[in-house]
Write a protein that binds this ligand. Sequence first.
Ligand code: XMP
Length: 515
Amino acid sequence: TIVILDFGSQYTQLIARRIREFNVFSVVLPCTASLDKIKALSPKGIILSGGPCSVYDADAPAADPAVLAMGAPVLGICYGLQFITHHLGGKVVSAAAREYGHAEVNVVAETPLFTGLPATLNVWMSHGDHAQTLPEGFRLTAETSNAVAGIEDVSRSIYAVQFHPEVAHTREGMELLKNFVIGICGAKADWTPEHFIQSTVERVRAQVGNGHAICGLSGGVDSSVAAVLVAKAIGDRLTCIFVNNGVLRKDEFAKVQTTMREQLGLNVVAVDSSERFLSKLAGVTDPEKKRKVIGNEFIAVFDDEAKKIFDAEKSSGEEVAWLVQGTLYPDVIESSSVHGPSHTIKSHHNVGGLPEDMKLKLIEPLRDLFKDEVRRIGRDLGMPDEIIERQPFPGPGLAVRILGEVTAERVAMLQEADQIVVDEIKKAGLYRKVWQSFAVLLPVKSVGVMGDQRTYANTCAVRAVESEDGMTADWAPLPYEVLRTISSRIVSEVRGINRVVYDITSKPPGTIEWE
Ligand code: XMP
């Protein structure tokens, strides 16, 4: 086990995820975890994460300095380096200029941490403070043109870097972490998706006991994998509720039901509430308001259905006490405001907002994972590619892709256009290569000509992005041929659209969705 002590960085779970990529087991604990708790895990190594504070802040997060003397190798990252420096008698100062973004680091000493790495590293920095005087016994291992970038005390097996090896922008980050986890700590690479499945199933089984659970299915990867995992633990004591909110993709309501029941053997209650949702959406144009309306309505419908199941179980002497959610780690941080700079950008209604009076306890088996890891787990669970490879689809569905008011007519129009985009992307063999690809219906009409007729109709934007986790994304350079086919098919097959444009904005500064 590698123990990661979290000082509040938005990248902490990314460290855990990198370590899982080496098939090594890791646990994230708050930095305030007691020494006993840490020792109980017999860690092969300890990683101190970054964090948004300065070691001089009044409420600066701190770990028990005794973790530095436990005997297990330690790697400090960013704030972790400053914490080590500060607590072992060195000096941290506030820098004149913040270092943020790409930086070049020169390796100045041979160290096991940098084995196999080039002499100049391309790294990602994000810090205000830096180490000025090193603690006794430490030496400099790397530097940028104006700050300490790496230090170590090999005799105590304490290593630290000022940059973030866990983010994809640090080119040699994976090798560096591997040098620490496998090389220095000697951790065994024996933790696989099977372990995750097995331990999750056991945990859920123990948690739920003889109880019942309910789960909202969306048809997407996350909720399906969560449901299959839980069903593996408690069988048909899990009931899945699938709601048609009126803004699903074309034919999705029927297709998802078939797959879930017939291929995955899940116990599914399907509720068609499209009219109810669309009438609540009438006249709403503000994106966050749309999310709220759909979120609230979803909870109301879900609540009704859950109550029915609840009452039925109760009359047979059982109780539904658990709610399964397919929350992933990026949902957690994009929706929380406590993680420093990653404050709420858009509200994600699939986090929070439970039917409160039911006092359901939450099971979130995927809460620490990233999308591609969930796909790996789904594959290991034997789920069909059609679900595993599905691109993410937002909870508020097509409503946030119809700019302006959402009406049944506009939903139908977008469903057709969306279907064409997905079809063509699949035909071109690009569906798995891009993170998301979809159409957006704009509240813009323009003039066109079809046959001999002048047209005055809607504009549709096509969006395709490449991304690792949805947190940052690049617009996808789709081949012109693919764009050409998409455009001509949409204009000729979808009534009401006479112009197609391609969105060439990356995230940041854009977001993936238009609303
Ligand atoms: P943005 O547009 O914020 O999207 O760059 C990042 C990822 O999140 C998805 N997304 C949502 N998912 N409820 C969801 O469940 C939402 O309200 C929501 N808004 C955006 C988006 O599709 C992308 O994958």
